[in-house]
Design a protein. Structure first.
Length: 285
């Protein structure tokens, strides 16, 4: 046993060195990813935490960016669409501003960000969309003051077009599920026909049918918001199915749910991952 006592300090030192090396690798990877996505805005958050809780700053870098953001099923732009939508759903304005910067840094046009915010009026309500739009204006103004000129994007969305908003909404909804408009009518047509009409005319004709944001990003934003809120399992299930129907892969959706551990917490992520598993099992049966 004497030999064990003799080598124990060296063994513990080696284990500690390995642990520090592992932490350092995660930290370095996470810091690089944070700078790549959030840039100066992200650095300011970390620097502000150093004097209050350096552990929290380290966990953000190592876990959020070193582990989760370093996954590769989603590109950085998609990850920021998910993050922005989750933060709008929570009304977390300071953090939202950081990721609005991130969205612009990773390739979102200003119009695409505005479309995400408008889309959230359907799923998180108008007050949160109003607050998010004000926050976005502040972010854009600040970036302009620094000489950053972001891509405007397609701004062709204007009132007009088909006067049959009900039919236009039903057609848009059919891209997610060909039978859903009929299901809405059967479920609520007699009890609350206004709910059916408003769902089709506003949510899908006025908002979902708008140009300026790819259908895949709209579904990512919707699933992120619903997973974050955690109070609409049936709607989350429907939109996970819709997400698959518009061409988003199983692995991409799984990574979206893992991002929820960062922005909405592990319970929300676990619930959303369970819902995804149910949808996939139903799809294969």
């Amino acid at each position: 046993m004497k030999w064990l006592v003799l080598i124990m300090p060296a063994l513990l030192a080696a284990i500690n060195m390995y642990a520090q090396m592992e932490k350092s690798e995660r930290y370095t990877r996470g810091w690089s990813k944070l700078q790549e996505i959030d840039g100066e805005a992200g650095e300011q958050v970390i620097n502000g935490l150093e004097s209050i809780s350096p552990d929290l700053a380290r966990f953000i870098i190592e876990y959020s960016f070193g582990d989760v953001y370093s996954l590769t099923a989603l590109d950085n732009k998609s990850k920021e669409v998910v993050a922005v939508s989750s933060l709008i759903a929570q009304g977390a304005i300071p953090q939202l501003k950081v990721h609005l910067n991130g969205a612009l840094n990773t390739g979102c046009s200003m119009q695409e960000v505005k479309e995400i915010i408008l889309q959230m009026s359907v799923y998180t309500g108008f007050p949160r969309s109003i607050n998010a739009m004000h926050a976005f204006k502040e972010v854009v103004d600040e970036r302009r003051s620094k000489g950053i000129r972001d891509v405007t994007g397609d701004v062709s969305n204007r009132e007009g077009g088909s006067c049959n908003r009900y039919g236009k909404g039903a057609e848009a909804l059919s891209h997610l599920d060909t039978l859903q408009a009929r299901r809405l009518e059967e479920a609520y047509g007699d009890f609350s026909p206004e709910l059916v009409r408003f769902t089709l005319e506003y949510a899908f004709a006025d908002i979902y049918s708008r140009e300026g944001l790819d259908r895949k990003y709209r579904q990512m934003a919707t699933v992120s918001a619903l997973a974050t809120l955690g109070n609409a399992p049936s709607q989350l299930q429907f939109h996970i199915k819709g997400t698959l129907n518009v061409g988003i892969t199983e692995e991409e959706i799984k990574e979206m749910m893992l991002l929820m551990t960062v922005y909405a917490g592990f319970p929300a992520a676990i619930n959303a991952m369970n819902m995804l598993r149910e949808v996939l099992e139903e799809h294969t049966n």
